[in-house]
Design a protein around this ligand. Structure first.
Ligand code: ACO
Length: 422
């Protein structure tokens, strides 16, 4: 069995240890590389770089496997609730009845400070909800006792509960504020998901809608070291408080190549539909290297097979639309596009499959959630995962500040040129 790797650089041979994970993934530990050889590694987009050891989420992109704390995502989506999964991600085990009730109480208790409510009411109604969410979450740090900003003293479950409750209130409150509608508060008799829906629509969701929302939030709850989780960890590595870390995660998620893809998918499908529904044209554009257009909701850095979340969502999509009696022409466009893409050599050769964002928007749309709120729904789901990633980092004794190096390719030293000589 390989347990080290020998490399020769500048005539010096060194041995680098090989670390093996519990699912047999192997990593070369290069922590001594620079000290012993003077070399660093260069890895654009970190596709070959492991940034940490983690016990939270396992995914195998080749086989299309995703597990939280060892539990397959399919089983969690079928049987669990979003709160139970949030507890699992953060504590490593499924909660018993008492633990779940206690956790639920921690999530339900916090109220949004009046100052944050005022802030939300002052945002322009045209503001993007992701900018609002990121700002309001970091602004929360101004309203909590200073101990909550000291990562050695904070009660992590209390802060997790406050953040989970706050993001749902922030999203729902801004959603209603911009429509000029009466604000609906939380109801202690409702579950987390029921409250979220009720605060948005002033209506308790049916069992079917509730289940669809639970599944969507569970599927989004964690995805190991993706762009936003890595952002959370990088910020947290400076011992920054969790409010600022989570706000950073929301900002990273906003981008169209990450969580913002759910909004971009819907806009792309709408555009195809508005222009006669010819999805083959979109496919041709996506393949054209001169055109920056990409097929949104397709491809993934890690999945080179079906994203298991996309499979669950596609099925849920059919069920939800059917149960709600909604017929959405964009679902037909999406299915047509998926079919031709999966048969096209460009997509086959590059192993580009639909990702989690391809179908999620259609469910959100069927639930009456507008397109620019999709990524906030994703952020509500992802928050406990970000928190678990932050917590694991904060509790890791050997944690170091994240500080990558670079290969400098700029000018060599030169003398300052006075203005009149430029
Ligand atoms: N449409 C067309 N071509 C694509 C797409 C796409 N959606 N995705 C990748 N490709 C092509 C690239 O052009 C490249 O082709 P080449 O080898 O001829 O140069 C090849 O496939 C590899 O693509 P990379 O960009 O190197 O792959 P990377 O792992 O860096 O990117 C990403 C992954 C960002 C997800 C990419 O597939 C993409 O932009 N997808 C669309 C946006 C999207 O759906 N994002 C959501 C991801 S899921 C999430 O974050 C929640």
């Amino acid at each position: 069995m390989v347990d080290h790797m020998k490399i020769k650089l500048n005539g010096t041979e060194i041995e680098l240890p090989v670390i093996e994970g519990t699912e047999n993934e192997k990593a070369i530990d290069i922590s001594k590389l620079r000290a012993e050889t003077g070399h660093i590694t260069l890895d654009n987009g970190f596709g070959n770089t492991g940034s940490c050891k983690s016990k939270i989420t396992f995914l195998d992109g080749e086989k299309g496997i995703l597990r939280y704390r060892g539990y397959p995502i399919e089983q969690l989506a079928d049987n669990s609730s979003f709160l139970e999964v949030s507890y699992l991600l953060n504590h490593g085990e499924l909660p018993n009845k008492v633990e779940l009730e206690k956790f639920e109480k921690t999530v339900k208790e916090p109220t949004l400070p009046v100052g944050i409510c005022d802030l939300l009411d002052d945002f322009p109604k045209t503001a993007h909800p992701m900018g609002v969410a990121a700002s309001a979450i970091v602004a929360l740090s101004a309203f909590v006792p200073r101990e909550n900003l000291d990562i050695t003293k904070i009660d992590k479950d209390e802060v997790l509960g406050q953040l989970m409750e706050s993001i749902s209130i922030i999203a729902a409150r801004f959603f209603r504020h911009r429509q000029g509608k009466k604000i609906i508060g939380t109801d202690p008799n409702l579950s987390y998901v029921e409250n979220l829906y009720n605060m948005m629509f002033d209506e308790i969701p049916s069992e079917k809608v509730k289940k669809a929302l639970e599944v969507l939030l569970i599927l989004h709850a964690d995805h190991e070291q993706n762009c936003s989780a890595s952002a959370v960890r990088v910020i947290g590595s400076a011992q920054t408080n969790p409010y600022a870390c989570i706000s950073g995660g929301i900002s990273a998620l906003w981008g169209a190549l990450h969580g913002g893809a759910n909004q971009a998918v819907m806009e792309m499908l709408q555009d195809i539909q508005d222009n006669g529904g010819d999805y083959r044209k979109a496919l041709d554009r996506a393949k054209d290297k001169e055109d920056p257009f990409r097929l949104m909701g397709f491809g993934h850095r890690v999945y080179k097979n079906f994203d298991p979340r996309a499979k669950i969502i596609k099925k849920a999509c059919d069920t939800v639309l059917d149960q709600l009696g909604v017929s959405d022409p964009l679902l037909d466009v999406a299915k047509g596009l998926e079919k031709v893409a999966l048969e096209d050599p460009y997509f086959v050769d590059r192993k580009l499959y639909p990702n989690v964002d391809f179908y999620s928007g259609i469910i959100y749309r069927a639930l009456g959630i507008p397109t620019d709120m999709f990524t906030v729904m994703f952020a509500i789901g992802r928050l406990p995962g970000w928190f678990a990633q932050w917590r694991e980092l904060a509790e890791f004794k050997g944690s170091k500040i994240a500080r990558p190096r670079q290969v400098y390719m700029g000018e060599n030293e030169r003398d300052y040129i006075p203005m009149e000589k430029r």
